[in-house]
Ligand binder design. Structure first.
Ligand SMILES: Nc1ncnc2c1ncn2[C@@H]1O[C@H](COP(=O)(O)OP(=O)(O)OP(=O)(O)O)[C@@H](O)[C@H]1O
Ligand SMILES: [Mg+2]
Length: 377
């Protein structure tokens, strides 16, 4: 039987923080609680760094869950430090006077714009668009990072031809790998994909979260996130962890893809992340030997019409071309390997529209805040 969040909260209310002499739930130190079957994942938020205390509390949490819920439950506990919590708990300054700085904001404090590339449906070209968008932006002289958050099917290692492992700083931060002008980090650099296949949702979300917080990004104009397909817990966790500036939705013109793209737009609306626009990928097929021909094999203008209906910008259409697939498979995205080709120009136009949409968005709206949303039990 699946473990419910309320059961976990009840078990953890038996774990007492030795310094504050109150339980972890009352103190509000348990965050991001997710359960699935026998897996439980949460962040234990401590007011200060204290490895001995953290290990003690982790052990106590595990014992309480095994004792009160299920001795076979599997816990995945991330320890986070939240300094403002100390003031709140010790009452030396009113908590309201201290702007709550989420931990990751200091991690991504050097990043000006964080753009998520998403879709509802798999295989529509998110990673291809994310890779070419990142390289196109870098070609304008901007400093750009690309984070491949797809733990089950990472694409960046293949699309950028990365075989080496990233370095780690003395502070144990991961150093992105620079390729085709883009600072790259992928789940695929560190996690064995075959192993990850058997991971359950909570394990994946906690790995994604840790990954995003423990990278030395430095100063970036843009950080592009390549999201895994879907609109489930993993995508929601990513949205919760990073204050996204905006989202780009990729869809093919097919009805099944459009239905899922609509869900993608709805997900970002729900969490107040502005949708910068929709890209129609594989809009039509162009054979290499008859470049003047266009075959609308997945339907015509589906994503363009969806963008109109949802009143979000249409960022452009990309043809289905063999060169796009070939260059992705061989480790050099088309905008880097064949920058003057018609296919590359399509990607660059889209990158330019994303850049324009960001200028408008940043002028008209406040920075996106990290938001707490309910993940279904
Ligand atoms: N415009 C295009 N022309 C030709 N091939 C394309 C085009 N866009 C994507 N592809 C190819 O289609 C396949 C799927 O693309 P991609 O991996 O980018 O999709 P995805 O949405 O990221 O998939 P997933 O949901 O698995 O993450 C890849 O082999 C890619 O090279
Ligand atoms: Mg992908």
């Amino acid at each position: 039987m699946s473990i419910h969040k309320e059961q976990v909260k009840s078990a953890l209310s038996h774990v007492i923080h030795p310094h504050y002499e109150r339980d972890l739930i009352t103190l509000g130190l348990i965050q991001d609680l997710i359960t699935q079957d026998k897996y439980i994942s949460f962040t234990l938020e401590l007011p200060a760094k204290d490895d001995v205390l953290a290990n003690h509390l982790k052990k106590e949490c595990t014992t309480a869950v095994h004792k009160f819920i299920d001795k076979e439950a599997i816990l995945d506990i991330t320890v986070g430090i939240n300094i403002s919590k100390k003031r709140e708990l010790e009452g030396d300054e009113p908590a309201a006077a201290q702007p709550q700085q989420p931990q990751q904001q200091s991690v991504l404090s050097g990043v000006k714009n964080v753009i998520a590339v998403a879709s509802g449906k798999g295989g529509v070209g998110k990673s291809t668009v994310a890779a070419n968008l990142a390289v196109s932006l870098a070609q304008t002289g901007a400093s750009v990072g690309l984070l491949d958050t797809d733990i089950y099917g990472p694409s960046v290692p293949t699309m950028f031809g990365v075989t080496e492992r990233p370095n780690v700083t003395t502070q144990k931060k991961l150093v992105p790998i620079l390729k085709h002008g883009v600072h790259l980090v992928s789940m695929g650099f560190l996690v064995d994909t075959d192993q990850a296949m058997i991971w359950r949702g909570p394990m994946v979300t906690s790995a994604v979260k840790q990954f995003m917080q423990e990278v030395e990004w430095g100063e970036l104009d843009y950080l592009v996130l390549d999201l895994p397909p879907g609109t489930g817990d993993i995508q929601l966790t990513i949205v919760q962890t990073v204050p996204l500036t905006g989202a780009v939705i990729v869809s093919t013109p097919q009805t099944v893809a459009l239905d899922d793209a609509r869900k993608g737009v709805a997900m970002f609306n729900k969490v107040n992340v502005p949708v910068l626009g929709i890209v129609e990928n594989m809009a039509y097929f162009v054979p290499d030997d008859m470049p003047e021909k266009k075959y609308y094999i997945f339907g015509k203008h589906g994503a363009r019409k969806l963008a109109d209906r949802l009143e979000v910008p249409f960022l452009g259409e990309l043809p289905l071309r063999e060169v796009v697939r070939q260059t992705s498979d061989s480790g050099t995205p088309v905008v880097a390997s064949e920058p003057t080709s018609a296919a590359a120009i399509g990607f660059k136009e889209i990158a330019n529209r994303v850049h324009q949409a960001l200028i408008v968005r940043n002028k008209e709206q406040e920075k996106t805040k990290k938001i707490d949303i309910k993940i279904r039990p």
